[in-house]
Design a protein around this ligand. Structure first.
Ligand code: FCB
Length: 447
């Protein structure tokens, strides 16, 4: 079983970038070393019932100590680029000063990646907010946006020379809505109006940091990473169509429209004004500055029926479809549609697919992991990207999620997304069949 793209695909040309992605809290472990401060995820993991299996990030993949081996693993997969994130609580102390011990870890890692000829894509915020900032209100406090600007300044001043691409945030939707409105991610708050205010401060932080990053890293690209699912209506009924529109507006448009057009969706003004955050004069101009790229994370689609209270509710697809181990429908056609629709709606900067992948119930048998479903998933979604490009969407790269199995947030270690299997007892890494298939596709480019 292999991953194949049409031989004339633009994705097989030398300027299209293939990579693998990870995030700091999900792989690093070593939460107590080199003056790292506690993050909201350390706190959240310690609350009983919040994370499956009472798992936490104390060990994770022990990447903090195994980074040299992990660079070799990345290299071995034949990719062009590696996407990682920096842990804010490692590199900035409570007074807002640089923590050199934490910065040294990243300096070593980045120089090591560069020495192997890899392109480096860094995300500044992949959800590990320092706990001391959460104690002052976290993303509900506007001041956190200015703290983020300071953090971005420290990091880009120190590390810019090894970084090709900077993303300010990973998935503001998840950080704000899952964290402050639905309570299923750290910090675990669940007030209806909190999510949108947190989101606004995150977008503001992005905008405040942009000019700082451009100044410190004039030759790197700067952008942000959004996650999007394609929304469908459960039926042709007008009320279900409305439910779908609201889902799409609140999950997707709410995040992309301010960034590209400098406004929140107008529909909310009339239909759901309580979802509009408090905005100070000038905020929208700060948020909507031009970006060099937009990162898109895609995993699945959703189906929506009308709900009198919440406006929409999730329903299952009534057709026979396949799901991954995390219960997400496999829908590569939805990926193409989503990308083409965005391209029609917006004047987009170049896109990178910064995450895409599948959770499978992988098992090692005779030293091998035969993750046939993940290979099919990757094949389907890479071809979906190719189709979007054929329809005129400007996509410059694709990152598989993930380099290796890791801490899957509220799911703990129970869900495996890696192209590499991690034995959490021994920290042994074994490349899965999907990893070999990905490598074969990438190597075929040079054949
Ligand atoms: C995304 C996250 C990433 C990973 C995948 C499965 O929402 O950005 O860290 O957990 O989901």
């Amino acid at each position: 079983m292999s991953i194949t793209l049409p031989s004339n695909s633009k994705m097989l040309t030398s300027d299209f970038i293939f990579g693998v992605a990870t995030a700091s809290f999900q792989i690093e472990g070593a939460t107590n070393v080199d003056n790292r401060l506690p993050s909201i995820w350390d706190t959240f993991c310690a609350i009983p019932g919040k994370v499956k299996g009472a798992d936490n990030g104390d060990q994770a993949c022990d990447h903090y100590h195994l980074w040299k081996e992990d660079i070799q693993l990345i290299k071995h997969l034949g990719v062009d680029a590696y996407r990682l994130s920096i842990a804010w609580p490692r590199v900035m102390d409570e007074k807002g000063e640089a923590n050199q011990a934490g910065l040294n870890f990243y300096r070593n890692l980045l120089t090591g990646l560069k020495a192997e000829g890899l392109k480096v894509f860094v995300t500044l915020y992949h959800w590990d907010l320092p706990q001391h900032l959460e104690n002052k209100g976290g993303w509900l406090n506007r001041e956190t946006a200015y703290q983020f600007k300071q953090y971005a300044d420290i990091v880009t001043k120190e590390l810019a020379e090894w970084v090709d691409s900077w993303a300010t945030f990973n998935e503001p939707f998840c950080a704000a809505i899952l964290g402050y409105e639905l309570g299923i991610h750290a910090p675990g708050l669940s007030e209806p109006e909190y999510g949108r205010q947190a989101a606004h401060h995150i977008l503001l932080a992005h905008g405040l940091a942009l000019p700082v990053i451009r100044k410190n890293a004039p030759t790197s690209q700067v952008g942000i990473v959004l996650n999007m699912n394609r929304s469908y209506a459960a039926s042709e009924k007008a009320e279900d169509q409305f439910a779908c529109l609201m889902r799409e507006t609140l999950d997707n448009q709410f995040f992309i429209e301010p960034l590209i057009k400098g406004q929140y969706p107008q529909l909310l003004k009339t239909v759901a004004p309580h979802y509009l955050p408090t905005i100070l004069p000038g905020d929208m101009d700060i948020i909507a500055q031009p970006m060099d790229f937009l990162g898109m994370n895609f995993y699945t689609c959703n189906h929506n029926a009308y709900d009198a209270e919440a406006m929409f509710k999730n329903v299952k697809n009534t057709e026979q479809v396949e799901y991954t181990d995390i219960g997400w429908e496999i829908a590569p056609h939805a990926f193409t549609e989503l990308l083409v629709n965005l391209h029609k709606q917006y004047d987009l900067p170049p896109l990178y697919i910064t995450e895409n992948g599948a959770a499978c119930a992988d098992e090692i048998v005779d030293g091998e992991i035969n993750d046939e479903q993940r290979i099919r998933y990757l094949d389907g979604h890479l071809n979906a990207v190719n189709l979007a490009m054929e329809s005129g969407v400007d996509i410059r790269g694709y990152f598989a999620w993930s380099l290796m199995d890791n801490f899957e947030w509220a799911e703990g270690y129970s869900k495996r997304f890696g192209l590499t299997y991690v034995d959490y007892q021994t920290q042994e890494r074994t490349i899965k069949r999907s990893g070999h298939a990905y490598r074969a596709l990438l190597n075929s480019r040079h054949a």
